[in-house]
Design a protein around this ligand. Structure first.
Ligand SMILES: Cc1ncc(COP(=O)(O)O)c(C=O)c1O
Length: 348
């Protein structure tokens, strides 16, 4: 019974099969192969316009490299205080931008708002004594499993435009947000003013695959050099292209995300009546956060349930009280409904 993360699960059989097929014979190295070219084309189809896409191996690299095209070394990048780029990437965005300053905004629900961004930027009144506002990064779905609607993204991108800043989206769980909102990839990104995104696949069934996707091709200039210097240009690049083709083929990515989200909904429903448990946020993607008594934490561990205790006082307005802790359960395309029901029963 493992709810630790979506990346504790393996690779989807259709992606394994695609890797196996791509394994036959020889192919041009360093991304010059046919699989990579077709994957890039498929991404343009998915986003309903010409995009410039670069395949990389980790979400951290995708984020750091995308931000490096937007923020100079003296720039500021605004994001949520709990954003992956802020707290989980060992300073990779700072390294690859050459020293840009990440500024975390602490807002409930894991999402930042146009209003708080404006208020923060209004405080930048000291010229070069502050870092130069350069980019905003939002996470879709957020680190707390909530999603940004197209209109919320649009209001953030309007602030960015007005201040000559760029908008980046960390889409490590983009598919989960997409199916949750029943929106199109275009509506959630470039139509709402996103300039570039990290398009995640690993958490949703791939082996190791993210794409940095540029909607503004100007930003993509020289990206090949950035990717190479970061050690993210795979010599056997065909295996990234093959993963992406299989991931998108027949809407595997959407089906996987829909299933994972449904398992999270099932868990949230199962916990709704549990007297000792409070859910501080609505469940909108494939993560369920819960405030539980410390004693229950011990019982769940003894029953063999694996999940993470989460730092902080709670992502919503309902805060962690004395003797309580915040925990996170993540569902995936392989989460078994019986495991969900067992967890709900143990917590009920
Ligand atoms: C929101 C978010 N962004 C980015 C990443 C980074 O992905 P990776 O572990 O592949 O570097 C993660 C991984 O946990 C994540 O949750």
């Amino acid at each position: 019974v493992n709810f630790a993360s979506d990346n504790v699960f393996g690779i989807h059989p259709r992606i394994i099969e695609a890797l196996n097929t791509a394994n036959a014979g020889t192919a041009v190295s360093y991304g010059g192969d046919d699989w990579t070219r077709r994957a890039e084309q498929r991404l343009s189809e998915v986003f309903e316009r010409d995009v410039t896409a670069f395949l990389v191996v980790t979400g951290t690299a995708a984020n750091a490299l995308a931000l490096s095209t937007m923020a100079p070394s003296y720039g500021a990048v605004l994001c949520h205080a709990d954003a992956h780029v802020m707290v989980d990437e060992c300073g990779a965005p700072e390294l690859f931008t050459g020293g840009a300053k990440l500024i975390g905004l602490n807002e409930p629900g894991g999402k930042i708002t146009a209003k708080t961004i404006e208020r923060t930027l209004d405080g930048f009144i000291r010229g070069e004594h502050d870092a130069k506002p350069a980019a905003i990064s939002i996470t879709q779905a957020s680190e707390f499993g909530t999603v940004y609607s197209p209109s919320e993204i649009k209001s953030i991108s309007e602030v960015a435009r007005g201040r000559k800043m760029r908008l980046h989206m960390d889409g490590a769980r983009f598919a989960n947000a997409l199916v949750s909102l029943a929106a199109t990839p275009a509506e959630l990104t470039w139509k709402a003013g996103v300039d570039a995104m990290s398009f995640g696949a690993t958490k949703n069934g791939a082996m190791a695959l993210e794409a940095v996707i540029f909607f503004d091709s100007e930003l993509a200039e020289d990206f090949t050099y950035r990717r190479m210097r970061a050690g993210q240009l795979l010599s056997k690049g065909r295996f990234l292209g093959a993963q992406m083709l299989a991931y998108l083929d027949g809407d595997l990515w959407l089906d996987n995300a829909r299933y994972a989200n449904a398992m999270a909904q099932r868990l949230a429903k199962g916990l709704a009546g549990a007297a000792k448990v409070r859910l501080p946020l609505p469940t909108q993607a494939n993560e369920v956060f819960a405030i539980i008594p410390q004693t229950l934490h011990g019982e769940l561990a003894a029953a063999g349930v694996v999940y993470h205790q989460w730092p902080g006082e709670g992502p919503g307005t309902d805060r962690v009280g004395p003797g309580e802790i915040l925990v996170r359960f993540v569902t995936s395309y392989l989460t078994h409904p019986d495991d969900v029901d067992r967890l709900a029963e143990l917590m009920g």
